[in-house]
Design a protein around this ligand. Structure first.
Ligand SMILES: Nc1ncnc2c1ncn2[C@@H]1O[C@H](COP(=O)(O)OP(=O)(O)OP(=O)(O)O)[C@@H](O)[C@H]1O
Ligand SMILES: CC(=O)N[C@H]1[C@@H]2OC[C@@H](O2)[C@@H](O)[C@@H]1O[C@H](C)C(=O)O
Length: 351
């Protein structure tokens, strides 16, 4: 089937939309993809909702307004793709992720979207997993495994979005995963506070500063890095650490945060050392993070473009693939990807 996947990630920068022809197991063809950025007012409103999420009522007027506007931008993204489709995969925007309390919350109005587009919409990909005692994230591993079938293993695929997550593919067929630590979200927030820019373009600010090694050592002693996978994070899980660098110069802070993203990856215990790391997500555009990864991992580190994938749209493509799996009743997650007791179906379809 022809499926459009829609992902609004933890960076809060906009909606990624990507077209895929798939049966939910193989990818038949990749198609057009694009990003519709959120207008600054919407971005700020999402950020407010995210900060208020733990106390937020489902009928909060600001929540309802943000949900509607966010869903409209998703509809715009589908229309802008201008390609025929049979099904939509709609992730929505995560505003809260707390699997320990069996809560994960993605906002977005699937019923409105299905009606606006006149097409079925698969949505609510994470809650069945969390209800079954799983982490509810990451969900991308089965898609990575499908794409990487012919690649040499063991292989690690690292997404550096707002939060970073890794998929491990073993030579024996094992698929394992977890969030590794911060991606760009801490760094983005730091850069916004200090320069007013949305992110550290090309790692320039980080390159101008010096890494605070003793602080890094302290941060890496955080209990999250002791935990075995599977495990997952909220966008705000590490935000308290920004207090530790409050007095630092913008450059030193950026250098230390970029290095932390990379060292947290290296601190993640995988079943075996991968032959290669393939890097996807916006963080692969940051040379400071890429250089720190190469130094910390000691095996080849390459962007996913080196194997012909598009690292700006892999997650949107993933939710097209998962939409098809929802439709076919195939599992979305496995014991070693989210900690569910058995391969777990999930998602719902709005007709
Ligand atoms: N040229 C660049 N230089 C430095 N950083 C960049 C560049 N381009 C993108 N980024 C970083 O990538 C981020 C966006 O990444 P991405 O689009 O993968 O996020 P996302 O889709 O919200 O992620 P996720 O859902 O995985 O959390 C930006 O906020 C920025 O930090
Ligand atoms: C709860 C949630 O939305 N998590 C996101 C987030 O962004 C990156 C990382 O944290 C990953 O765990 C997940 O997204 C990807 C698409 C996933 O589920 O695989």
């Amino acid at each position: 089937m022809r499926v459009i996947g829609l992902m609004s990630g933890t960076s809060l920068d906009g909606v990624d939309a990507a077209w895929l022809e798939t049966d939910g197991e193989q990818v038949g063809a990749f198609g057009p993809a694009l990003t519709v950025p959120y207008e600054p007012a919407l971005r700020a409103a999402i950020r407010e909702i995210l900060d208020r999420a733990p106390q937020l009522a489902a009928d909060d007027p600001q929540l309802l307004a943000v949900t509607r506007r966010l869903t409209e931008v998703h509809a715009d993204a589908v229309r802008a793709l201008d390609a025929p489709y049979d099904l939509i995969g709609f992730h929505g925007q995560t505003i809260l992720h707390d699997p320990n309390h069996r809560r994960t919350w993605q906002i977005g109005d699937a019923a409105w979207l299905a009606q606006a587009l006149g097409a079925p919409v698969a949505y609510d990909f994470r809650s069945a997993d969390v209800a079954a005692g799983g982490e509810g994230a990451p969900l991308v591993p089965l898609f990575h495994a499908g794409l990487a079938e012919a690649l040499p293993k063991p292989l690690a695929i690292l997404n550096i979005g707002g939060v970073s997550n890794v998929t491990y593919l073993g030579a024996d067929g094992l698929i394992a995963a977890c969030d590794t630590g911060p991606g760009n979200a801490l760094l983005d927030d730091w850069v916004r506070q200090h320069t007013g820019q949305a992110f550290d373009a090309d790692g320039a600010l980080a390159a101008s500063g010096k890494i605070d090694e003793s602080l890094l050592t302290r941060w890496l002693s955080h209990s999250y890095f002791e935990r075995e996978l599977p495990k997952s994070l909220d966008r705000l899980s590490f935000h308290a650490l920004l207090d530790d660098i409050r007095g630092m110069s913008a450059g030193h802070g950026a250098a230390t945060l970029a290095a932390f993203t990379a060292r947290a990856v290296a601190a993640t215990r995988l079943p075996e050392v991968p032959q290669q790391w393939l890097i996807t997500g916006g963080g692969r555009h940051n040379p400071a993070i890429m250089a720190a990864l190469r130094q910390a991992l000691g095996v080849p580190v390459n962007p996913v473009e080196s194997v012909g994938w598009n690292g700006d749209f892999l997650e949107a493509q993933c939710f097209a693939y998962l939409a098809m799996r929802v439709k076919r009743g195939l599992p979305l997650s496995l014991p070693m990807t989210t900690g569910v007791p058995q391969p777990m179906q999930g998602g719902r379809i709005q007709l």
